[in-house]
Design a protein around this ligand. Sequence first.
Ligand code: HEM
Ligand code: HEM
Length: 232
Amino acid sequence: MATVTAPTPEPAPTVAPAARPGWVQRNHFWLRRLHSLTGIVPIGGFLLFHFYENGAILYGQQAYDEMAQGARGVRYLQAIEVLLIFLPLLYHALYGLFIAAYARNNTMSYNYGRNNLFMWQRATGVIALLFILYHVWQFRFTSFWTTSPTTGAVAATISYAPIFLFYIIGVVGVSFHFGNGLWTFLITWGITVGQRSQRISQVITTAISIIVSLVGIGIAVAFVVQAGGLTF
Ligand code: HEM
Ligand code: HEM
């Protein structure tokens, strides 16, 4: 009598297990949304408020010094600075650098205007980082650690020609980054969906970039005027 042998089972396929995505990749959606939001609130809001405050220089030395002293008198100032300015900036800058390092810039293969703006958004992020690090170190942590800013001290720093140039680059870089970022923010959050609304918002946000730049340049120039001109 013939014996029936059970078929030998097929060996299990040896497929390498897919690499498990890291925590950042798994939470990219929310981290990206938080990055986008912090660019507008509170950082973008701070930029506008900062220019509004420093714009006091356009009304002269006395107006500026009074504003600066008053601003230092705000209750819980350090807590406000840490929670509403430094922590959001730190997060936005670090995650921004992460995005800039890992996302592809397409300007080589497709030289469309939008791709250039996409590349410039990243480039001005780096400019903003360098400018803010120097600026905050110089003004908040060195010159005005214990005393409030004065027209004379701010003017003496900004009127030195190489620093003035650095300020102009920093101010224009940050203003462009904010205005163009506002344009992409509206798309990220599904506020401008169609081509028409994106074209209209592009005109408005470009105007915002230009106006904020001009205000910042105006403030820097007003300090140079207070100093009696540029020094070399
Ligand atoms: C401190 C250094 C900074 C770095 C390294 C940085 C980096 C970046 C990068 C790489 C992006 C593009 C993200 C993407 O393409 O998806 C971005 C977007 C943005 N940034 Fe910044 N940024 C900085 C500071 C600022 C400042 C000071 C502001 C506001 C004044 C700002 C506001 C924005 C806005 C509104 C967006 C657009 C968000 C969106 O598309 O939804 N950033 N940032
Ligand atoms: C002409 C342009 C600017 C002038 C004259 C200026 C002036 C100042 C001064 C005097 C301080 C020290 C404030 C204090 O100690 O009470 C300060 C702080 C600071 N600035 Fe500016 N700034 C300018 C542009 C910018 C830009 C473009 C940014 C980018 C977002 C920026 C971000 C900051 C931050 C984060 C601080 C530290 C937080 C604070 O003390 O308010 N500034 N700035």
